[in-house]
Design a protein around this ligand. Structure first.
Ligand SMILES: Cc1cc2nc3c(=O)[nH]c(=O)nc-3n(C[C@H](O)[C@H](O)[C@H](O)COP(=O)(O)OP(=O)(O)OC[C@H]3O[C@@H](n4cnc5c(N)ncnc54)[C@H](O)[C@@H]3O)c2cc1C
Length: 301
């Protein structure tokens, strides 16, 4: 019996072998995952993590894939995605939401709006999931997840225990946190403010429109490729300054609307995106002395 068939017997259609990852990344690129596990709920997730540990299989947790580039040769081990049991929005108490980690940010924003809970409008501009938003400390327009997060509920991959971590015990920085790589976020509590629905609607539309004006949509991208250094050293400014905004590499190009957005123009390989990243990084360094740091995550072989 192969490892795959042993797994399949236990986890049925939640587990698949040799799954192409391109449809799980906003770049629409990448090779196969050796195994792809879509966890139905917490118990099944824990059960699976135990099996994977027994079999020494590395695991990688994926959210909505809006910040992840999979390499062309795929991912060894298991890519785990949280399924339906982790996609929910609830009112925990008045202005506090309890949301599953695989819930899309914009659904959280809409749920908050429907319940007159404001200050979460910025989530309607981020195309990922709540799990990804916490890990990336995602945000825009002067707000980010660290400012609204009360706590996260995680499963520790090493001990299989469920832990609640309060926001004040997490160090947040620009597009990241110090949360252990062993943690799988399963839910989060977010605090908003009671505001009228009309006011929330107004703010939400304003932010969405602002985003539409400054960033491209309907393209194969993972958003900002590099982190900004500071307000006057934004990555896009440095890229422009180094005259990189028209560079291409195979099927990879740079968005003409926002030059920190790298794009798969339809026939790129992941390697093209990665080579374009290297090219831009080198030129920006040569021209400005700044060493750009990646915001997107590149994973795989
Ligand atoms: C068009 C576009 C616009 C964007 N605009 C913005 C913006 O304005 N602001 C901004 O901050 N970002 C922006 N992004 C980037 C991206 O949407 C965010 O980083 C988002 O929060 C990533 O969420 P995700 O679920 O897609 O994460 P993924 O790409 O799936 O994963 C990102 C990281 O989080 C980890 N992760 C995901 N889920 C979990 C979990 N449950 N437990 C533990 N780890 C987990 C992954 O392992 C990976 O390391 C944009 C992207 C696109 C495509």
């Amino acid at each position: 019996m192969t490892l795959g068939s042993i797994f399949n017997k236990k986890f049925g259609d939640s587990l698949n072998e040799n799954v192409n990852l391109s449809s799980y990344s906003w770049f629409n690129l990448g090779g196969n995952a050796q195994y792809f596990f879509k966890a139905k709920d917490k118990l099944q997730l824990i059960e699976f993590l135990k099996e994977a540990k027994n079999k020494n299989l590395p695991t990688l947790i994926l959210g909505a894939g809006s910040n992840t580039l999979f390499r062309d040769n795929g991912v060894k081990g298991v890519v785990i995605k949280l399924g339906q049991g982790f996609a929910y929005t609830k009112i925990h108490d008045k202005n506090i939401l309890d949301v599953g980690a695989s819930t899309l940010d914009r659904k959280v924003a809409n749920f908050a709006k429907d319940n007159s809970i404001g200050n979460l409008e910025f989530l309607s501009c981020i195309p990922g999931s709540i799990g990804g938003a916490v890990i990336m400390n995602s945000g825009c327009y002067d707000n980010d997840i660290s400012k609204v997060l009360l706590s996260v509920q995680v499963i520790d991959k090493k001990t299989f225990s469920e832990i609640e971590i309060k926001s004040e015990d997490i160090q947040f920085f620009y597009r990241g946190t110090n949360l252990s790589k062993d943690y799988i976020i399963i839910s989060a509590k977010l605090r908003g403010m009671i505001v009228s629905k009309e006011e929330i609607e107004k703010k939400q539309s304003y932010l969405i429109n602002r985003k539409k004006l400054s960033q491209p949509s309907q393209i194969k991208t993972c958003g900002s490729t590099f982190k900004n250094i500071s307000d006057d050293k934004k990555a896009w400014k440095l890229i422009k300054q180094a005259e990189c905004d028209h560079l291409t590499e195979g099927g990879a190009a740079i968005s003409q609307k926002h030059c920190n957005f790298f794009v798969n123009n339809g026939n790129a390989k992941s390697l093209d995106i990665e080579n374009l990243i290297k090219k831009v990084k080198k030129k920006v360094y040569e021209k400005t002395g700044v060493n750009l740091e990646l915001e997107i995550k590149i994973v795989g072989e």
